[in-house]
Design a protein around this ligand. Structure first.
Ligand code: APR
Ligand code: ZN
Length: 248
C-alpha cells in the first residue's frame, strides 16, 4: 500500500475549537473549573435536576449558535486544514471528534463522527427520536415525534455513558496508517486509549498536535506543540506536499 493511499484517522478535542472562542474543559479557564461534572454531565445529574442540566447546555448552545461579545463562533484555520486534508488526500480521512460543536462540519469536513454527541441536537428519552435543536431545551418541551413532555435531553454523551459509533471507530483505527490527535488532554477514555489501539494494530505513525504535552504524550511517535491554528495547517500542508512528491 503506497503512502498516498494510506487512510488517516484524526481525533480532535476541545483544544481545536479554543481559538474559535469556545472553552476547553481542563485548562485553568476551562468549563470544569466553573461547574462540577457531577452536577451537569451525568445521567444522575439529569435525573436529579434536569433544569440545571438544561441550563448548562442551553448556555453553551446559545454561545455556539449566537456567538459571544467578541463575535460569532466560526471554524478556525485548524478545522479548515482538516477539511482541506479530507478533500486533497488520495486515501480516506476520518475525523473522530470528542467535541459537540459543529465547527468541523461548518469547515467542510464530511467524513466525521461525533463520538460524544452534538450540542445542536436533542434526543427523546421516551422514543429515541433525535432532532436538530438550535434553541433552548427544557422540561416543559414536548417531543415532536411522540408528544411526550419532559423527555427531551441534549444529544450528548455524559460520563458513565457509552460514546457513539465505537465499532466503526475501532475498525478505522485498526486499519489506519496515520493517527493524528489534536487538542485533547488525553484524560477521558475511550478516546485517550485510541493511540494505543492504533499502535497495537500495526505500523501506523502516531502524532500528537497540541498546545502542550497531553497525559498520553509519551505514547506518540511524533509530537508537535503549539496553537492548533498554527501547527495543524503546517502539518497538513507538509503531508500534502509529501503525497504529491511520492509517485502514485
Ligand atoms: N491549540 C491546541 N491545543 C490546545 C489549545 C490550542 N489553542 N488550547 C488548549 N489546548 C489543549 C490543552 O492543552 C488540552 O491538552 O487542548 C486540550 C484540551 O483538553 P480538555 O480540556 O481536557 O478537553 P478534551 O481533551 O477535549 O476533553 C475530552 O472530556 O469533559 C469531557 O466530554 C468532554 O469531550 C470532552 C472530553
Ligand atoms: Zn419522543
Amino acid at each position: 500500500m503506497s503512502f498516498r493511499t494510506h487512510s488517516i484517522v484524526v481525533l480532535t478535542g476541545a483544544g481545536i475549537s479554543k481559538e474559535s472562542g469556545l472553552s476547553t474543559f481542563r485548562d485553568s479557564d476551562g468549563i470544569w473549573a466553573t461547574v462540577r461534572i457531577e452536577d451537569v454531565a451525568t445521567p444522575d445529574a439529569f435525573a436529579r435536576d434536569p433544569s440545571r442540566v438544561h441550563d448548562f447546555y442551553n448556555a453553551r448552545r446559545r454561545r455556539l449558535a449566537q456567538g459571544n461579545i467578541e463575535g460569532s463562533i466560526e471554524p478556525n484555520a485548524a478545522h479548515l486544514a482538516l477539511a482541506r486534508l479530507e478533500s486533497a488526500w488520495p486515501g480516506e480521512v476520518l475525523v473522530v471528534t470528542q467535541n459537540i460543536d459543529d465547527l468541523h462540519e461548518r469547515a467542510g469536513t464530511r467524513n466525521l463522527v461525533h463520538m460524544h454527541g452534538e450540542l445542536l441536537k436533542a434526543r427523546c428519552g421516551a422514543c429515541g427520536d433525535v432532532t436538530r435543536c438550535a434553541g433552548d431545551l427544557g422540561v416543559a418541551h414536548a417531543c415532536a415525534a411522540c408528544a411526550s413532555v419532559g423527555t427531551l435531553r441534549p444529544h450528548v454523551v455524559w460520563f458513565g455513558e457509552m460514546p457513539f459509533a465505537m465499532d466503526s471507530i475501532q475498525t478505522a483505527l485498526g486499519r489506519c496508517r496515520l493517527f493524528l490527535s489534536i487538542g485533547t488532554s488525553g484524560n477521558v477514555y475511550p478516546a485517550a486509549g485510541f493511540v494505543e489501539m492504533v499502535r497495537h494494530a500495526g505500523e501506523a505513525h502516531t502524532v500528537e498536535l497540541n498546545l502542550e504535552p497531553s497525559e498520553g504524550a509519551s505514547r506518540f511517535a511524533e509530537t508537535v506543540y503549539g496553537p492548533a491554528t498554527t501547527v495543524v495547517p503546517a502539518y497538513v500542508d507538509a503531508l500534502l506536499v509529501r503525497a504529491k512528491a511520492v509517485a502514485p
